[in-house]
Structure formats: structure tokens, C-alpha cells
Design a protein around this ligand. Structure first.
Ligand SMILES: *Cc1c(COP(=O)(O)O)cnc(C)c1O
Length: 433
């Protein structure tokens, strides 16, 4: 819109302004057409902002009318490396023209390289590849339960996993079982047994649960920062305390790093803020470089080798194309120093937004480039209206839980771009005061 207004203004003649107005009308019709099409033929399980995107490059996306936006959602941190990263797209194209899919019935020359590479990258013995984050979580639960049965000797029907209130682990039946948000699990029928819920960021509650059920607990599943809950950052040392407690009671610490992992929080893994090495790490989202769904679990031999041939798998899990993409996606993170950049840019974001006074804002929190601004309604406007205003001003972000706005640009953003984006954010808040 900004650019269009400008071009309309630069037209001195009346007729030119008329043409521009006409153009704007047809242009809007195009977005409308696509939104109506989706509304008519698609399932209605999402409520998107009214913007129709057709192109992306780095930290920017463009809508079908050619308007440019800063992407401050990054597909929920799946696009840490930026949209259509040329190296990742090249890896995709090169592998796609050679071999895409074999299933795991045969070996291929791509998956083994990915497995070796990710072993060196994160320092775990092995990797079990899947596709989506939810499948990664399911796999981690299976690994932990299997370890509990085989190594800890828990009777099969007694095995328990501890999880946290407010979590988000995905949308499969088992992962919605973990959720305490009724809109996630209501009226989806019987859920999966074997889970114990405790409050997040509460080590006393963890110890209590471990004391009570310790002999039957195979693991504690936790997000190092709760993303979907609204970027809830636990107290310093939380994960370390959890790790120590788990080990005291012979249970595994399972870190769901699907959103926090791969440089997002200013560390390669968010667990590294607490200097711990979880027993199982779940990765997803940015592992696919914003190009393909790639997920999986990292673990050492005594855990991961308890699953034997034929006892778990996925037709696409670690397929040659995904493997080639994931290696390049991880290498880009290293080569472009995205971990360091996320930490540096995140500090600037929180400093600037922390100083900014607005009747809407009640708090700013986050780590690295995973940040949230906590809002309250004002003048009858709320977080959604602010997001629409930011959209009109050329920046995309989305509210979570009605009053929290997540700000998580691709990690390739530089300081000048970040400061421009912050200006748009501030301007949008001010416009609605
Ligand atoms: C997004 C997310 C998932 C689920 O990933 P999908 O690819 O959507 O299945 C799981 N855990 C966390 C922490 C996530 O943020």
C-alpha cells in the first residue's frame, strides 16, 4: 500500500491517478479471489491474516499484488535461514534432479551423509529421521517408552511420561493429549494414556511427580522455551535443574527443540543456555531450511538402539531429498553465523521494544530472535488489530493466545533491517492509540 500511494502521488495528471486507483481495485480483487477460493474449498482449521503471499526472499515476502513485507513469523521458526535461500534451493534442485525418494527399504547415498553430518554437528551418537515436528515428538515418546521398558524395566502398561501445562507438541492424537488447551483436544475422542501433567517452570512440581511416580516414569518432555504458549521463558537454570532431577530418578530429559532449536534463541540448541545435553533432542521446523518438512530425534546408543528394524519408521522419513536439504540448511546456519546474529539482533529488539511506551504493551520477553510483546486491549483494539495495522504497514506477525504477538524474523536479518522493522512496529502501535 505504501508504495502504491507513492506512485499514485507521483502521477501529476488526474487520469494517471484514476488508472492507479483502478489498478489498486483490480489488484485487491486478486487477493480477495484467492482468499475466497480457499475459504470455499479448504478445510477451515486456520484463521490467517488477510494477506496472500506468492514470493519470498531472505527476510521478505511479497503478496500477489507485489507488496513487500518483513516476515516476522518465519513460518513459526521454520524459515530461520530466510526464504528460498539460494544454497538450500540449489541443494534441493541438485538432489531432486538425481534421486528424491527410495523409502527405507533400500540404502541411498544421501541419508547416510546427513546422519554422519548431524552426528558431528550436535554430538549425539545417532539420528532417527522423520518429517513433521509432531512425528518427531511421537518418535521421542516411543524412544523414551521403549527405553523405560527395556532398560529401566517398567511394566509396559505402567510407563509414564511427564509433560508440562501450556505445552505445544503438535496436532496428532498423542501430542494433543499432552495439551491442556481444550480447543486442541476437545471432541477428538479418547486420548492417549500414560501422561502426567505438571506446571511449567516449576522444579518442585517435577520433583514431586518423580518422587510419586519415579519408578514408572521413563521421561520428562519439555520445551526449553514454550513457543506457542507465548514465548514463555523459564527461570535461569530451569532446564539444568530438570536434567539433574531426571537423572536422580533415572528418567530421560526430552527437549522439544522443534521451535527453539537451530540457532533461533541465540544458541544452536536452546538447552545450551543451561549448558545441558538432553537425553533426547527433538528437531524439526528449521531443520528443513524452510523448504521441506524434516524432523527427527537425536540420542545416544543406549536409548536409540532399543528400537530394532521394523519397529518404527516412516516412508518419507529422511528421504534423499530431505537429507540433502537438511545438510545444507545446517551448514548455512554455521557459515552465516546465524546463532551469533540471533543473539545480537534479539538484544537490540528487546532493548528497543522495552524502551517503547504504548498503552497496549505490558511486557516484552524472549531470547535471541524468539520474542513476544505482551499486549492488553486499548480503545477497543487488541493484538489482532495491531497485526492488521502492521500488515498494512508492511510487516507480518501473528497473535497467539489473543494478546501476545510473536516477533521472530528469519535469522539472516541485519541491524539496519531490524531497526527499520522496529520503526514499522512502533508506528503501527502508535496509529491505534
Ligand atoms: C511446531 C511445533 C511442533 C509441531 O511441529 P509440526 O511440524 O507442526 O508437526 C512440535 N513442538 C514444538 C515445540 C513446536 O513449536
Amino acid at each position: 500500500m505504501v508504495e502504491k500511494t507513492k506512485s499514485a502521488k507521483s502521477c501529476a495528471k488526474k487520469s494517471c491517478a484514476k488508472t492507479a486507483a483502478k489498478k489498486e481495485k483490480t489488484v485487491k480483487t486478486l487477493s480477495k479471489k484467492y482468499m475466497e477460493m480457499e475459504s470455499k474449498y479448504g478445510a477451515k482449521n486456520y484463521h490467517p491474516l488477510p494477506v496472500v503471499l506468492e514470493k519470498g526472499k531472505g527476510i521478505f515476502v511479497w503478496d500477489v499484488e507485489g507488496k513487500k513485507y518483513y516476515d516476522f513469523l518465519s513460518s513459526y521458526s521454520a524459515v530461520n535461514q530466510g526464504h528460498c535461500h539460494p544454497r538450500i534451493v540449489k541443494a534441493l534442485k541438485d538432489q531432486a534432479s538425481k534421486l528424491c525418494l527410495t523409502s527405507r527399504a533400500f540404502y541411498n547415498d544421501s541419508l547416510c551423509k546427513f546422519e554422519k553430518y548431524i552426528h558431528g554437528y550436535f554430538g549425539y551418537d545417532r539420528f532417527l529421521p522423520m518429517n513433521t515436528g509432531a512425528e518427531g515428538v511421537e518418535t521421542a515418546i516411543k524412544l523414551a517408552r521403549r527405553w523405560g521398558a527395556v532398560k529401566k524395566g517398567i511394566p509396559n502398561d505402567k510407563i509414564k511420561v511427564i509433560c508440562c501445562d501450556g505445552n505445544f507438541h503438535g496436532r496428532t492424537v498423542t501430542t494433543i493429549t499432552l495439551s491442556d488447551d481444550p480447543s486442541s483436544y476437545d471432541n477428538y475422542g479418547p486420548l492417549t494414556p500414560g501422561f502426567i501433567h505438571i506446571p511449567y517452570d516449576d522444579t518442585a512440581a517435577l520433583e514431586k511427580a518423580l518422587k510419586k511416580y519415579g519408578k514408572e516414569v521413563c521421561g520428562f518432555l519439555v520445551e526449553p522455551i514454550q513457543g506457542e504458549a507465548g514465548i514463555k521463558v523459564p527461570h535461569d537454570g530451569y532446564l539444568k535443574e530438570c536434567y539433574d532431577l531426571c537423572h536422580k530418578y533415572n528418567a530421560l530429559l526430552i527437549a522439544d527443540e522443534v521451535q527453539t532449536g537451530i540457532a533461533r534463541t541465540g544458541r544452536l540448541l536452546c538447552s545450551q543456555w543451561d549448558n545441558i545435553r538432553p537425553d533426547i533432542v527433538i528437531l524439526g521446523k528449521a531443520l528443513g531450511g524452510g523448504v521441506l518438512p524434516v524432523s527427527g530425534c537425536l540420542a545416544d546408543d543406549d536409548i536409540i538402539l532399543n528400537i530394532k528394524p521394523g519397529e518404527h519408521g516412516s516412508t518419507f522419513g529422511g528421504f534423499p531429498l530431505a537429507a540433502a536439504v537438511a545438510v545444507e540448511a545446517l551448514q548455512v546456519v554455521k557459515d552465516e553465523k546465524l546463532t551469533q546474529n540471533a543473539e545480537k539482533m534479539g538484544k537490540i529488539f528487546r532493548e528497543e521494544m522495552g524502551k517503547f511506551k504504548s498503552p497496549f504493551i505490558v511486557g516484552v520477553r524472549g531470547r535471541g530472535l524468539l520474542n513476544a510483546v505482551i499486549t492488553q486491549p486499548h480503545n477497543g483494539k487488541e493484538a489482532w488489530d495491531i497485526c492488521v495495522e502492521m500488515m498494512n504497514n508492511g510487516l507480518l506477525a501473528k497473535p497467539t493466545h489473543k494478546h501476545i504477538i510473536r516477533f521472530a524474523p528469519p535469522l539472516v536479518i541485519n541491524e539496519a533491517e531490524l531497526r527499520k522493522a522496529i520503526d514499522i512496529i512502533k508506528k503501527s502501535f502508535k496509529a491505534l492509540e
